[in-house]
Design a protein around this ligand. Sequence first.
Ligand SMILES: *Cc1c(COP(=O)(O)O)cnc(C)c1O
Length: 457
Amino acid sequence: MSSQSLSQPLSFVSTRHGTAPTPIDDALIAGLAPDGGLYVPERLLQLTLPAKAPATLAETAAWVLAPYFGGSVLRDALPALCARAYDFDAPLMPLKNGRDHVLELFHGPTAAFKDYAARFLAEALGALRTARGDTETTTILVATSGDTGAAVAGAFHKRPGFDVVILYPDGRVSPRQAHGLECWGDNVRTFRVAGTFDDCQRMAKAALADRDLREKRALTSANSISLGRLLPQVAYYAHTALQHMQAHGEALNLIVPTGNLGNAAAAWLARRMGLPIGEIVLATNANDVLPRYFAGAPYSPQATRATLANAMDVGAPSNFERLTCWLGDDKSLRASLRAFAVDDDVIRRTIAAAPERHGIVACPHTACALHVLEILRAKGDKRAWSVVATAHPAKFETIVEPLIGHAVPLPQALAACLARPAHGEALKADDDALKARLLPARASANVTARRAAAVHD
Ligand SMILES: *Cc1c(COP(=O)(O)O)cnc(C)c1O
């Protein structure tokens, strides 16, 4: 189905052009390019669309990812791997007006869109480990402001050969997000850090760069700039766009809640590959670096501001580097995307009005995108839009429930997670404190992994 010849496997290069072309498997394992840049495909692919949309998300995923895996030892296993990773839907539901839609990406085990990429990454790294005969336990270190940590923990929980270490800022995530980070145990250790997300990120970076530590423990990261997080997100946009075209004969116009620009970069990549996606509009919270840039100001990262949409509290969107690499100059970038910022007052008002106005209950992130739909309508835009819902509102019940005046029913997976005991450990916001916790744990971590291996499958 692809116009790309698979005889010449596609390699990956760094956005900073400082690394040799790297095969997909090595790029997936490394996550980040050795020159500090982000991995991108060495050339942008154009797919020939199938005559009929694949029936399931997993089938679309295998089709859309295949051209990237031409040189992978996982090539033949890709359909089975996708079937395991994409085993929950991404339904496109009509909003109240019947014309616009909401793309619900929150039906996974931790109720946020990051489940898709985390599950694919876990499947891929697990299969690569088996294929390569690796015996060492790899520790995945994740600094998280909420949803990434839970998704990665859930995806790697009890997976043989992997430990997960999560750092999150104590008191700065919602109570249910906190429980979602602490409810795993086994091969997952969760530290609530007495500091900010930036402290957590600094501590993770220091540990990853610590030679002494790395000699004693195989460490890697799984943050939003990893190649293995970007590519799998293309799948749900490809699937929805094909289904939408088949049903409505129109390209899909998207409004994407945006923080680090990973989800939106995947939407952009899907469109660039030839999927029927029309306009992509970004919705940010009060961290308005992108809206200011797209309105014509120079790109200037800012200190992060805390907002109600905490998973989008980003002052320097890391995937911006991929978009500039793909699009070259400011003019092409600004012609390709638009962005609008939404502050906390408006998030509150949008959540409160959404049931009546749109027929849905929105989480604070999704509310940013819903409000951008209202901005576009106020500007006279008449096209049909699909608002991307990045998390389930029940994850942010302390914000949402008082605004809508009733309880939000818990999805089953989230209820199961909340029913498990918490295993978090307190940690000072200090690089050495983390190192001390990582060092002596090695022997026991291996025991945990072996025990996990025994109960897995
Ligand atoms: C991570 C996250 C976002 C932001 O996604 P990016 O890929 O960083 O732009 C938005 N909403 C929710 C609920 C998230 O967890």
